[in-house]
Design a binder for this molecule. Structure first.
Ligand code: ADP
Length: 262
């Protein structure tokens, strides 16, 4: 009975997974399409974790005498899927608020060099297990006018992707510098790269390259669209350069605002 239960849970997850993985990416034509697609994609993305959580919970309820130890794998699945769902909901909320202009930046002057140093330190700890080197090249000081927590969020998205899509023993390089008119941050990696034909869709909501693989790596396909919103809100640009198998390079460029304060 328990085998049938586990089997049906796994089957539901596989079915929903394949359903999502198999959907072809169609370019968006207009604002109405965009809105409809956002709602449809959000529902599909939420359906997977909800189905898995329901199936696993039904399974647990079927065997009330089983110990937590015995069911720990099933409980771990519930935890993993609910964590994924919270992240998805948080990202959806950010995008919905940004659409309705409810998100305001809280700008101040802060040290971008300190933020880059902090984040690379944190990511170095995460990169140890994959034996990935993270190299930081920094111009100091690097004062910046903007919303520090949003800029951190943006850099976390880029570093997180670099780490996710770079296999073991790879390399991530981060640099930050300023010129007379711009502040430039580059995050590049020696990872799997992005096929040229995918580059135009990269910043679209829910776009995931290799869908089944990205989902396995915890991706929701919302990271880069949030990154783009943060960059736009700061009056900057984000550019991706990549080739399959040749790593990726993301360049952020911001105007140097409020020069008196910098
Ligand atoms: P996800 O949550 O899937 O990572 P993102 O919006 O952050 O969503 O990225 C969209 C897609 O862009 C990813 O699914 C992946 O295919 C591709 N991508 C982003 N960053 C990188 C990178 N550094 N190397 C390779 N592919 C990347």
């Amino acid at each position: 009975d328990i085998i049938t239960g586990i089997g049906s849970g796994v089957l539901i997850s596989i079915f929903v997974g394949f359903f999502l993985a198999g959907r072809a990416w169609v370019p968006i034509r207009n604002a109405w399409d965009k809105q409809q697609r956002f709602v449809a994609d959000a529902s599909h993305e939420l359906r997977t974790p909800v189905s898995v959580i329901r199936a696993q919970t039904e399974l647990l309820l079927r065997y009330p005498s089983h110990s937590i130890e015995r069911e720990s794998d099933n409980i771990a699945v519930i935890l993993k899927e609910s964590t994924r769902m919270s992240k998805l909901l948080e990202d959806l909320l950010t995008l919905a608020r940004s659409d309705s202009n409810q998100l305001e930046l809280e700008c101040s002057v802060f040290s971008l060099d300190r933020v880059l140093l902090d984040l690379t330190k944190q990511f170095k700890l995460l990169a140890v297990t994959k034996e990935i080197d993270i190299d930081l090249s920094l111009q100091e000081p690097l004062p910046f006018w903007g919303d520090e927590s949003r800029i951190r969020q943006l850099l976390v998205i880029l570093l997180d992707n670099a780490l996710k899509y770079t296999p073991s023993n790879g390399r991530i390089e981060v640099s930050g510098k300023s010129s007379a008119h711009h502040v430039t941050v580059i995050v590049s990696d020696s990872g799997r790269g992005i096929p040229k034909e995918e580059l135009p869709y990269l910043f679209e909501r829910f776009y995931r390259g290799d869908k089944s693989r990205s989902r396995k790596e915890g991706g929701t396909g919302l990271g880069l669209s949030i990154a783009k919103w943060i960059v736009d809100a700061h009056g900057g640009t984000i550019r991706a350069e990549s080739q399959t198998g040749a790593g990726s390079r993301f360049e952020l460029r911001f105007p140097r605002k409020n020069k008196a304060a910098l």
